[in-house]
Design a protein around this ligand. Sequence first.
Ligand code: LIP
Length: 270
Amino acid sequence: MLLSPIRGFFNTFKTMIETVKSIVLQASKIMLNDDFSVKEKGTSSNLVTSNDIAVQAFLKQKLSAFFPSSGFYCEEGDENDLTKDYVWIIDPIDGTTNYAKHISVCCISVALEHEGEIILGVVYNPYQKMMFEAEKGKGAFLNGKPIHPTNIPMKECVLYTAFSAYEKQYSHKAFQFAENVFPLVSDIRRTGSAAFEICSVACGRGDIYLEMKLQVWDYAAASLIIKEAGGEICDLEGNPMEYSHPSFAIAANNKENLDVLRKIAYPYFK
Ligand code: LIP
């Protein structure tokens, strides 16, 4: 396995994921500092705070030192580069609107991409001290305990979904879909953090998820976590998630619900 020399090196000290979790925990201290400024990124619903920038700079500095030949692809990116062999895909604060309004559902999301696949993912909500993690082929964990999605039918499922806050010209589709799917599920939730919602499905705190036009950094780490937990995730066409461009994301506790949700959604969003 290509990673083994790298893993060999890092096993001398800490495993790669233990080091990444340690760096994310250190970065969360910046996030928990309430003294930050807020700016708009284009529209009033698309915000960035000074702590998004500070968390991202810290993560880049520490991960570059730890893995010098790696590249970065980050939300507040300046030198984004997916051409390196190993690329860190980072959302410094997923759920920035929540963060700016002191709503405690926001996460640091760090993924490691290699040859088009996510091989390591960490999603951390410091307010609820929830550390989600996964390495390819090794299962998924919440605070060190193995996690798995529910296995219940659609009518008992809680659906996480969103309404295209950043591009409101698409919101009518999202609301039409929500109104028509609502009778087929138990209830709907919207937390404002894609990474947190997909990880919540991975650990059975909610059951299915759908969102249009997500950025890669929103779902990269969480997409590995849900797969390693035994859940499912795909795009609107039913294909595996891509990490080189924004995507539609559908996630579910099992394949049956993934296929049903996708077939319901397709006419609204195709
Ligand atoms: C957010 C996502 C959320 C989505 C927002 C935004 P950000 O990420 O986590 O689910 O609805 O439009 O993309 O911008 O806070 O990192």
